[in-house]
Design a protein around this ligand. Structure first.
Ligand SMILES: Cc1cc2nc3c(=O)[nH]c(=O)nc-3n(C[C@H](O)[C@H](O)[C@H](O)COP(=O)(O)O)c2cc1C
Length: 226
């Protein structure tokens, strides 16, 4: 069903609701499923079909965004020379970060993860999805039209991307080889796009271990006002 409100088209919202018992079961099952999502740093080189990656990106793009500007671009790289260029540039930045650029407190916080400047996964993973945020769009006559709440919108879309990756039975890492300006150069992106996150996607390596982490309990992440 469609109708016009003040000259603008609206479609009837398709409800999808459950009774309380079903809702409780579904929400608990999804929590348990999402609790298994982990950041993985050891990837298999096994290929993943492009169609799957397209579906993941389209899922990310269902995210809400300020004034529905959809201020994101997802660059998906499987080309091995581009992956190598990205790894080399990322390792250069990470080497600097791990050898003096990061504050001692930050280095200490990273200890339980046992990360270092080596980033094999940038070549091993079959796909790298580089998320760019678009702070403005080009209007008529090359004028700039600002987007709104860009960080929030792109963060939400990336969260949905990670959820979709997990749902497809694949793994990912949220990676920030900072500063990430080199990604704009290697991928030849326009001036209105800035790198947001670098996300290798694929299967975990056969021998894959992740840090034993604990998630905060509900009491320390939520406040209820009933
Ligand atoms: C914004 C952001 C940046 C991150 N950057 C890196 C990174 O550069 N390298 C890395 O190994 N992990 C990075 N991570 C992953 C976190 O270390 C990881 O999410 C955290 O330890 C919790 O582990 P989990 O994702 O397995 O639950 C980043 C995560 C976020 C959200």
């Amino acid at each position: 069903m469609e109708k016009i409100i003040n000259g603008f088209p609206f479609v009837e919202y398709t409800k999808e609701s459950y009774d309380e018992k079903e809702m409780l079961e579904k929400s608990a099952a999804f929590l348990s499923y999402m609790d298994k999502r982990r950041s993985v740093r050891a990837f298999s080189t096994k290929p993943v079909p492009k169609q799957v990656i397209e579906n993941l990106i389209r899922t990310a793009s269902t995210a809400p965004s300020g004034a529905h500007k959809q201020p994101w671009t997802f660059c998906a790289v499987s080309n091995s020379s581009i992956k190598t260029a990205i790894r080399e540039a990322a390792e250069k930045e990470e080497y600097e970060s791990y050898n003096g650029r990061m504050a001692p407190e930050w280095m200490e916080d990273l200890l339980p993860l046992q990360t270092d400047w080596h980033k094999e996964f940038l070549e091993d993973a079959p796909w790298l999805i580089i998320v760019f945020r678009r702070s403005y769009e080009y209007g008529a006559g090359n004028t700039k039209k600002n987007n709104y709440y860009v960080q929030e919108s792109v963060g939400l879309a990336t969260g949905m991307l990670l959820t979709a990756i997990h749902h497809a039975g694949l793994v990912a890492l949220t990676h920030t080889p900072s500063p990430m300006g080199f990604l704009s150069g290697i991928l030849n992106r326009p001036e209105n796009e800035k790198p947001f996150l670098l996300i290798p996607v694929g299967y975990p390596a056969d021998d894959c271990y992740v840090p034993k982490l604990h998630r905060k309990p509900i009491e320390s992440i939520a406040a209820f006002y009933e």
